[in-house]
Design a protein around this ligand. Structure first.
Ligand code: A3P
Length: 315
């Protein structure tokens, strides 16, 4: 089927079905990561088939850590000549950000990677893959850049709970136990964060490391940094025209949530469809206090602290 984009890569089913499995949400353990069964195929296929291009920009994140926001901001920055951020006709005023920036893992899982080949350069894509699982051709490529966003892990668990509970039956207590063992989609989240953190420390000009809480505290400052990193810095004229603020406004939680877009089904093969609104729940820091007891929080914090010890990173 080589890359004609038709069939999902079911040639990996033997590999996938031999992997250890866990939790009711169907995760498989693949090279140290817990990946949903459907996505493992995409990971393997991407590792074997992804063809990088100079200028590729990959947005990385664990699920529920600000992916949608980062996709919107990056798209708005990159496409601002064609689509002025303040313009009424901007695609982000009618589409979900996931329909503006393609999801590499999903496309490879569905055998639709030809859609990536069809993109004009420089390409903007996103992934939930661990850094260690990325195709070497992009992870080690001096001509490709990665922007990573992560989030305080307890808030990630809470966000994940609200997102997944619409599609699967489990309690918050169950998800919490899985999270303590690292068994969340694309978990363990600490391994996910550490991989990109180390890559960013080693090559800060190629891997930008962002934190959701810091972005919320200073969105305009972060958009300026993002634009610079993506090779599209705001000029003095852009600044005078208030472009950074326009981008932030266009991509604000309220603005994006208010868009009436169709549901985001992702490509064929994925079992679940999510409503546009399900990507915009609360957009706040510290919602874990409404879901975890002090004991749960202490226990999870201790695990994360232990895993991050010595890395120079803390939450
Ligand atoms: P909450 O569930 O805590 O509200 P992802 O995009 O990786 O799935 O992450 C989803 C989280 O980002 C959700 O967190 C969601 O509300 C929040 N979010 C989505 N768009 C946002 C935006 N424009 N600004 C701030 N937060 C946003």
């Amino acid at each position: 089927d080589d890359d004609n984009g038709a069939a999902p890569p079911d040639e990996y089913d033997d590999i996938v079905s031999a992997l250890p499995t866990s939790t009711t949400i169907g995760l498989r353990h693949y090279h140290g990561a817990w990946v949903s069964e459907w996505r493992v195929r995409g990971v393997i296929s991407a590792q074997r088939r992804f063809v990088p291009r100079p200028g590729d920009m990959l947005l990385g994140s664990p699920p529920k850590c600000g992916t949608t926001w980062l996709k919107a901001l990056s798209f708005a920055v990159m496409a601002r000549d064609a689509y002025p951020p303040a313009g009424a006709g901007h695609p982000l005023r009618r589409l979900n950000p996931h329909d503006c920036v393609p999801f590499m893992d999903e496309l490879f899982s569905a055998g639709q990677q030809a859609k990536l080949d069809a993109l004009p350069s420089p390409r903007l894509m996103n992934t939930h893959m661990h850094h260690s699982l990325l195709p070497a051709s992009v992870a080690d490529n001096p001509a490709c850049k990665i922007v990573y966003v992560c989030r305080e892990p307890k808030d990630m668990v809470v966000s994940m709970w609200h997102f997944l509970r619409g599609a699967w039956r489990f309690t918050f207590a169950e998800l919490f136990e899985w999270a303590c063992e690292g068994k969340t989609p694309n978990g363990p989240v600490w391994e996910h964060i550490l991989g990109y953190w180390r890559a960013s420390r080693a090559a800060p000009e190629r891997v930008m490391f962002l934190r959701y809480e810091e972005m919320l505290a200073d969105p305009i400052g972060h958009v300026r940094e993002l634009a610079r990193f993506l090779g599209r810095p705001f000029s003095a004229a852009d600044e005078a025209a208030g472009l950074p603020a326009s981008v932030v406004e266009l991509c604000s939680f309220e603005a994006l949530r208010g868009v009436s877009a169709r549901s985001v089904g992702s490509c064929s093969g994925s079992r679940v469809e999510f409503s546009h609104q399900s990507y915009f729940r609360k957009g706040a820091v510290g919602d874990w206090t409404n879901h975890m007891t002090a004991d749960m929080a202490r226990r999870f914090d201790a695990i994360v602290e232990d895993k991050l010890r010595g890395s120079g990173l803390a939450f």
